[in-house]
Design a protein around this ligand. Structure first.
Ligand SMILES: NC(=O)c1ccc[n+]([C@@H]2O[C@H](COP(=O)([O-])OP(=O)(O)OC[C@H]3O[C@@H](n4cnc5c(N)ncnc54)[C@H](OP(=O)(O)O)[C@@H]3O)[C@@H](O)[C@H]2O)c1
Length: 275
């Protein structure tokens, strides 16, 4: 266990957290701030983001900056880089990425799928390309990218989402292979069902949850998966977060690809909340 000062020296002074107004990102930002790292918070809802930022500043006395923007827009990465040009970013945490739809590929417009790829693949890749260069030059830093069990094998209702999460996992693994020898920790965190507002909204909209405040059955606590991720920053490239995710990944890995897809398809027919 590293001390707060050591942690901030390795991963600070600033961390950029994409998808920080709620869920995994807000909790991750809070945990970094508790370790003395200043945080740049990104999401679309400015008001919510400002509340998260002021709460973090009050509780931990760190610096905060808010960038309210849509990560699915083509100019998102350029806007972010401009917004942090005066800061030394020692860590990038890319959380935004859940699928609010869980619907067949052909029932949505192609723009919906393109936005998913933009937000989940193109923008994190652009940010890594720019922000990792100074990290390598400093010989320290960290990059965390959130993936999903949905990226381990294909299945219906998550065509673009699952594919984007497979990209995220392999992207993080490959980046780790290139950067961990340069002092930059890269970690792909693969989540299973996790109790966040995004999951609760999805399950409620599908009639699987009585209210948006109820706890989805079998969901991991967001604090637990974030704590596990922070504990394992230096143990990349990939962390299957939580016992259930590890068991599921182990089982899927024991199957052929075709068997795995058949299994996911059967589970999906039972209307699982893949978020
Ligand atoms: N929760 C689960 O069960 C689960 C399971 C497997 C994997 N994961 C992965 O874990 C990560 C975090 O998931 P999560 O459940 O916390 O939900 P999420 O919807 O990925 O994250 C919510 C945060 O992302 C922001 N966000 C979403 N779309 C955005 C956009 N286009 N532009 C800017 N900000 C955006 C939201 O803020 P605004 O609405 O204010 O923009 C919010 O702050 C995701 O990568 C997801 O794929 C989650």
């Amino acid at each position: 266990m590293t001390s707060t000062t050591e942690f901030a020296r390795k991963y600070g002074p600033w961390a950029l957290v994409a998808g920080a107004s709620d869920g995994v990102g807000a909790t991750f930002a809070e945990s970094l701030a508790a370790r003395g790292v200043d945080v740049v918070l990104i999401a679309r809802r400015a008001e919510v983001l400002n509340d998260v930022a002021s709460g973090i500043a009050e509780r931990h006395g760190v610096g905060t900056r808010v960038l309210a923007l849509d990560l699915a827009q083509p100019q998102a990465a350029a806007q972010i880089l401009e917004g942090v040009a005066d800061l030394e970013i020692g860590m990038l945490v890319y959380c935004a990425g859940a699928d609010p739809n869980f619907a067949p590929f052909l029932s949505n417009s192609i723009e919906t799928a393109e936005s998913m790829v933009q937000r989940n693949c193109v923008v994190p890749m652009q940010l890594c390309h720019q922000l990792a260069q100074p990290m390598v030059a400093r010989g320290r830093g960290g990059i965390v990218i959130f993936g999903s069990g949905a990226g381990l094998a294909g299945g219906p209702n998550m065509v673009a989402y699952g594919a984007s999460k497979a990209f995220d996992m392999v992207f993080a693994e490959s980046l780790w292979a290139e950067l961990h020898g340069e002092g930059v920790d890269v970690l792909g965190v693969i989540l299973g069902k996790t109790n966040t507002p995004a999951l609760r909204r999805l399950e409620h909209s599908r009639g699987q949850l009585s209210s948006e405040d109820a706890v989805p059955e079998g969901a991991a606590a967001v604090e637990d998966v974030v704590a596990e991720a922070i504990e394992n920053l230096g143990n990349g490239p990939t962390l299957m977060a939580g016992e259930q995710m590890r068991a599921a990944a182990g089982f899927l890995g024991s199957l052929s690809r075709n068997e795995a897809v058949a299994l996911i398809s059967a589970a999906s027919a039972g209307a699982m909340g893949a978020s």
